[in-house]
Design a protein around this ligand. Structure first.
Ligand code: F6R
Length: 242
């Protein structure tokens, strides 16, 4: 595990955008694994800037997002489909037919999860996976106690995750209780993983992920077993490291 610590959030986001742009420069048709959430917004801003400057193209890439809430239609303002269009896809040359997320509004979410897992495998698995870090150690929506070898499936969100994400919804009760998420095993099959976390609120969990025992109690700790993972932190998120 390579751990890079930057003084500021901005420098950390620059680094992650640079790693993704480098991968696309060397492998324009890379299969990208993308994340949502507050942290990733700064990365997507920088990718848009690079695209507008003619420094990067996503025109040959494919992407699979980590997760989607069960029950939300793709045009729901809080869906991750909507987030990705607003924060990235509408502003770069990503082909809409090459950008995939699970569908949360299907009749059978288990079948949808299986279909999504099969689609990732059929694409040859993820080349570069971007991850944020939940304050409880989740990656994707693989909450604590998730199987460390899991595939894409439905997960029940913890109260703390629903509280953390309630800022995007009108009310806490509107936050869905279930999500379809890539599994930890799915994520671990990626060729390369880049995780970005910043702020004091992530310091304790970042230390558990990097220095703690590998345990389903902190799903991100499994990344210690991946052969090509880069963790990018700002100084605040790195402040609990030994
Ligand atoms: C998002 C996702 C989550 C977030 C994590 C951090 O697709 O899968 O694991 O990356 O919850 O979210 P923020 O960046 O909002 O703190």
């Amino acid at each position: 595990m390579k751990v890079l610590i930057y003084q500021t959030q901005a420098a950390a986001a620059d680094c992650v955008a640079g790693l993704l742009a480098d991968r696309l420069a060397h492998q324009p048709d890379a299969v990208l694994g993308l994340a949502t959430g507050g942290t990733m917004e700064s990365v997507y801003d920088r990718l848009i800037t690079r695209y507008n400057a003619g420094e990067m193209s996503m025109g040959k890439a494919q992407s699979f997002n980590l997760d989607e809430y069960v029950g939300l239609k793709p045009d729901h303002a809080c869906s991750y489909w909507h987030y990705m269009r607003e924060k990235l896809f509408n502003h770069v040359d990503m082909r809409p037919d090459f950008a995939f997320l699970p569908h949360g509004d299907v009749a059978d979410a288990t079948q949808e999860a299986d279909r999504y897992e099969a689609a990732i495998a059929a694409a040859g698995d993820i080349d570069l996976q971007l991850l944020g870090l939940g304050a409880n150690g989740h990656i994707g929506f693989n909450e604590p106690t998730s199987s460390l070898t899991s595939h894409t499936r439905i997960k029940t969100l913890t109260r703390s995750t629903r509280e953390a994400n309630a800022r995007y919804f009108d009310a806490f009760d509107d936050v869905p209780r279930l999500a379809i998420t890539m599994g930890i095993g799915t994520i671990m099959r990626s060729d390369e993983i880049v995780l970005l976390a910043y702020g004091e609120g992530k310091a304790e969990v970042a230390a558990k992920m990097i220095e703690g025992p590998i345990s389903a109690a902190c799903p991100a700790s499994i990344l210690q077993m991946h052969r090509k993972v880069t963790v990018v932190l700002d100084e605040a998120a790195a402040s609990s490291l030994a």
